[in-house]
Design a protein around this ligand. Structure first.
Ligand code: F6R
Length: 246
């Protein structure tokens, strides 16, 4: 595993963007697995800047997002489709038809999960999957549980995730209770994984994920079994990992 400890959120974002840009430059028609949340916002800003400078094109890229809230329309300002449009897609030259996010409005979520899994499979899975990590060690919306779910599926969000995401909604009551998410198996089939983490409140989850036992109670711990993981974090998020080496 490669670890980049950066001084702050901006430096973390530039480093993560450089890893993504290297992927796009070396394989312009790559499949990028993308994430939402506060961790990758700065990364997307940097990618947009390089695109605007003429240094980076997404014209041949296909994207697959990790997850979507179940019940939110694509134009709902808290949906993950809306997040991707406003934080990246609307500002770069990616072809809209080449961007994939699970549909939050599907009548039959099981059918939508099967369809989405097939889309990702037919694209050959992600060349590079970008991940944030929850404070409880979740990746995508794979919450701590007693098994590692393999394929795209519908999940009930835990109270801690609802609480963590309430900051984006008028109140915790407005946070959807379910989401569609790629499974751990779908994520692990990516050829490369890039994890971005910032802030003191992630330090324990990072330590458990990369130094603790591989257990489904800490979904991100499965990444220890992936052959190509790059972890980019700020000093606070990586503080416990680096303490290990002192
Ligand atoms: C987002 C996602 C989540 C977030 C995680 C961290 O698509 O799948 O796993 O990456 O909840 O969120 P932030 O970055 O807001 O701390």
């Amino acid at each position: 595993m490669r670890i980049y400890q950066e001084k702050d959120y901006n430096a973390m974002s530039r480093r993560a963007a450089a890893v993504i840009a290297a992927q796009v430059v070396s394989k312009p028609d790559c499949v990028l697995g993308l994430a939402t949340g506060s961790s990758p916002v700065g990364t997307y800003k940097q990618l947009i800047q390089w695109h605007e400078q003429g240094d980076l094109s997404f014209a041949e890229v296909c994207s697959v997002n990790l997850d979507e809230y179940y019940g939110l329309a694509p134009d709902h300002d808290q949906s993950y489709r809306y997040f991707m449009q406003t934080n990246l897609f609307d500002h770069v030259d990616i072809v809209p038809e080449n961007t994939n996010v699970p549909s939050g409005l599907a009548k039959d979520p099981a059918e939508e999960c099967a369809r989405y899994e097939q889309v990702v499979r037919e694209l050959g899975y992600a060349d590079l999957q970008l991940l944030g990590m929850g404070r409880n060690g979740h990746i995508g919306f794979n919450e701590p549980c007693d098994c590692f779910p393999l394929a795209t599926h519908l999940v009930d969000l835990t109270e801690s995730t609802i609480e963590a995401n309430a900051r984006f909604f008028a109140s915790a009551n407005d946070v959807p209770r379910q989401a569609l998410t790629m499974g751990i198996g779908t994520i692990m089939k990516a050829r490369k994984i890039l994890v971005v983490v910032s802030g003191e409140d992630k330090a324990e989850a990072v330590w458990k994920a990369f130094r603790g036992p591989i257990v489904p109670e800490v979904p991100a711990s499965i990444l220890q079994l992936h052959p190509d993981v790059t972890l980019v974090g700020d000093v606070s998020a990586l503080s416990r990992l680096t303490e290990d080496h002192e």
